[in-house]
Design a protein around this ligand. Structure first.
Ligand code: DX5
Ligand code: ZN
Length: 216
């Protein structure tokens, strides 16, 4: 099976000891860290803002995979870019002119992704694939960690894989929500390049073993 990127989500980390938890996933061999930004509007939950991301930037060299679950990414993305994001992924559902935001983000030296909620089809973003570095397919309703993987999203992963391969796009497919050792292999077989995993890794007795179990 091919090597996928594992992006542990700090949403399930211990927020009183983020530096400690980041060290654990670094030592476990993770190269990315998934940072969930929620505004209490696009999703019914609020998390962290650019101030925290900026502080975390001083604590690690991990690739910052910033997932904006916010209604106005065009208003706030730059704050996250300045704070040290390596990729900014915004939601397809919140904007009509997605191309403009893609171009703005790409005009800096960071990467750009688009995320789709479970009810959003791949066809909504198909025309943008050649400009994107990543598509984040949600396999839970965005807002909270610890939910169950929606198996009916698997055909979406397969469809997207086919389109990307057929057109030789360089865009990665990342999957977010309910990833554990069982659902990871379903996603990898369906064509995922990167997997976000929060509660499974951070609630494990041994996060290193948990991360390793996602590759198989
Ligand atoms: C949910 C977030 C996820 C979340 C995943 O809205 O986007 O990144 O942290 O958590 P688990 O792995 O617990 O489903
Ligand atoms: Zn996320």
């Amino acid at each position: 099976m091919k090597k996928v990127i594992i992006a542990p989500s700090i949403l399930s980390a211990n927020f009183t000891a983020l530096q400690h938890d980041i060290k654990i996933i670094e030592d476990a061999g993770a190269e990315w860290i998934h940072i969930d930004i929620m505004d209490g509007h696009f999703v019914p939950n609020i998390t962290i803002g650019p101030v925290v991301v900026k502080s975390l930037r001083k604590a690690t060299k991990l690739f910052f995979d910033v997932h904006l679950m916010i209604t106005n990414p065009e208003k706030y993305w730059r704050e996250f870019q300045k704070a040290g994001a390596d990729i900014i992924t915004f939601h397809s559902e919140v904007l009509t002119d997605k191309k403009k935001l893609i171009e703005d983000i790409k005009s800096t030296d960071i990467k750009v992704g688009i995320s789709i909620k479970p009810a959003t089809q791949v066809s909504e973003i198909k025309d943008l694939l050649s400009y994107l570095d990543l598509v984040l397919i949600m396999t839970v309703e965005p807002g909270f960690g610890g939910q169950c993987f929606m198996e009916d999203m698997v055909p979406k992963i397969k469809d997207l894989r086919k389109i990307i391969d057929k057109n030789k796009y360089k865009c990665l497919i990342e999957i977010d929500g309910g990833i554990n050792s069982k659902t990871s292999s379903i996603c990898i077989k369906a064509g995922a390049d990167a997997l976000v995993s929060g509660s499974y890794i951070f609630s494990a007795e041994n996060p290193k073993d948990a991360i390793e179990s996602l590759f198989i």
